[in-house]
Design a protein around this ligand. Structure first.
Ligand SMILES: NC(=O)c1ccc[n+]([C@@H]2O[C@H](COP(=O)([O-])OP(=O)(O)OC[C@H]3O[C@@H](n4cnc5c(N)ncnc54)[C@H](OP(=O)(O)O)[C@@H]3O)[C@@H](O)[C@H]2O)c1
Length: 209
């Protein structure tokens, strides 16, 4: 069983689609049953829950051999950073408890820094937590980010929305299509040196392989 967190989102939906096409056993997760229903119709197991809730995450990861992890957040949330931190801890705790052996994180450029990265805030902490999972193979895909926050902005709870508004129209930043991110987990054994996979720990995850 492969658990896909954020399956109705940009990255998660591409991963879930690929896995279902490969006839893999897939469990999809998100807060909206309606948004997950199309995957259910194609044979995925659907779990509706909130990724900040440990109990919901236990259901997501139960019996799963592999997992795609995304870190969600609403930039208009006044507690954006602290909620993402709580979510990261809950996700890691549930993965450890359920002994998921292969984990792929949809991370981002900027995850190497613990501050000044705007909406990417929290991925640095989550990477550290996941790499601390003693019995799991963890791969973090630090993809180019479509948001393109200017460097040096404070990652405080109030800052994320402001930073997006301050982005200059001619600001240059790298971008990547989400479908290209999604194609990395199934083919990781051949993409270790790809520019889309600058961060790699442990051996290749077993997602669609
Ligand atoms: N998109 C890109 O091009 C890109 C590039 C670089 C890195 N990344 C990274 O990839 C990850 C995912 O990005 P994305 O673009 O796929 O995000 P997205 O399109 O915003 O999707 C977020 C997903 O998470 C779900 N979700 C949101 N809040 C949730 C919660 N509290 N509990 C459970 N599910 C929740 C959403 O569904 P519901 O709202 O229905 O719950 C949705 O399925 C992020 O960590 C991001 O930094 C993305």
């Amino acid at each position: 069983m492969i658990a896909v967190n954020g399956a109705s989102g940009d990255v998660g939906s591409k991963v879930a689609n690929l896995l279902l096409k490969e006839k893999q056993a897939v469990r999809v997760f998100g807060r909206s049953a309606e948004r997950l229903e199309p995957f259910g119709r194609r044979g995925a197991e659907v779990v509706v829950g909130d990724a900040i809730n440990f109990g919901d995450l236990q259901m997501l990861f139960k019996g799963a051999e592999s997992a795609l992890v995304v870190l969600s957040g609403d930039v208009s949330d006044p507690h954006y950073v602290s909620n993402r931190s709580a979510m990261s801890r809950a996700i890691t705790r549930a993965l450890r408890q359920q002994q998921v052996s292969h984990v792929v994180l949809a991370s981002s450029i900027g995850a190497d820094r613990d501050r000044g990265v705007g909406m990417v805030a929290g991925l640095h902490e989550l990477e550290g937590l996941l790499f601390g999972l003693e019995d799991a193979n963890v791969l973090s895909l630090r993809a180019a980010c479509p948001h393109g926050e200017p460097a040096g902005e404070p990652p405080d709870d109030q800052g994320a929305e402001d930073q997006r508004e301050r982005l200059k129209g001619d600001h240059r930043f790298p971008m990547i299509a989400t479908v290209d991110i999604a194609e990395r987990p199934p083919g990781t054994s051949s993409t270790a040196t790809s520019r889309a996979t600058p961060s790699r720990r442990s051996s290749a995850p077993r997602i669609g392989a």
